[in-house]
Design a binder for this molecule. Sequence first.
Ligand SMILES: [Zn+2]
Length: 307
Amino acid sequence: MIPRICDAHCDTLFAIAIEGKAPEACTVTRERMARGGVSVQTFALFCGRKGPQGTPYRDALDMLAAVPQVGVPMITGALPDERPETPSGILSCEGGEMLEGSLARLDEFQQKVRLRMLALTWNFENEIGHPAKEGPKGGLKPFGFELLRAMDDYGILPDVSHLNEAGFWDVCERAALPPIASHSDCRWLCDVPRNLRKEQARAIIDRKGFIGVNFYGFFLKEDGVSALDDVVRHVDELCELGAEDVLGFGSDFDGIETWPEGLAHPGDFPALMDALARRGYGEALLDKLAGGNLWRVLKAAEAAARH
Ligand SMILES: [Zn+2]
């Protein structure tokens, strides 16, 4: 049985709309999703690449316009009870600068499509807060707190991947919805600012959020040379902390230039599930890791939405 995988992050829309890649040349394709048993792929509107000098709102619209090119239906209405049998997509935001400091913009995106998660920053400071890359200090800004309230109303999960530590703790304290880290690994195994410290992972576990293990070689291992076993190692460590109910995958495909040997695209997910099964993970837990946990938190956020 191929479990129904849910992947919390990829940059395929960016690759198509901004980098000009042909859809069939992308890492995430419908055919590979089908082959790998990927039920739901989260497609990010990645808007942070130039910080304040960029045109993030414009970029986000261009990425939305590219949605039909990925060839899988986006779920913009209510989520079905069960993970879909055939490849589908949902949308997220990576880099809240696309809102240009305006809640009206958030409303506009929610009217057009439904964002399920929103990464407050990418690697640059914005109107919302400060990125992990620029150090741990400096929490959310006033607009960041306003935005969290609005996201709670819409049922959009606050994604802390890329956010710095002070901002992370602000989200934990102020958001009603649980924090998620859509594509981050263990900092105690690979010491890069984009990965989570143990106390951050514990906070996500306590609040029943979500952690998506990132397949980027340099987040799995400091020398960037990684294999399936390195993904298993991060999964093991998080499970040891008690993350069985909040853990899954955030591949970062189409946003990374190095990945574990044997895990190059969505068609390789079964190899990862096999590696976890060999390690001793049972069927019920494998199903949660594959997609059950992400689906659970997405459904919870949708149920908590006020409009
Ligand atoms: Zn990212």
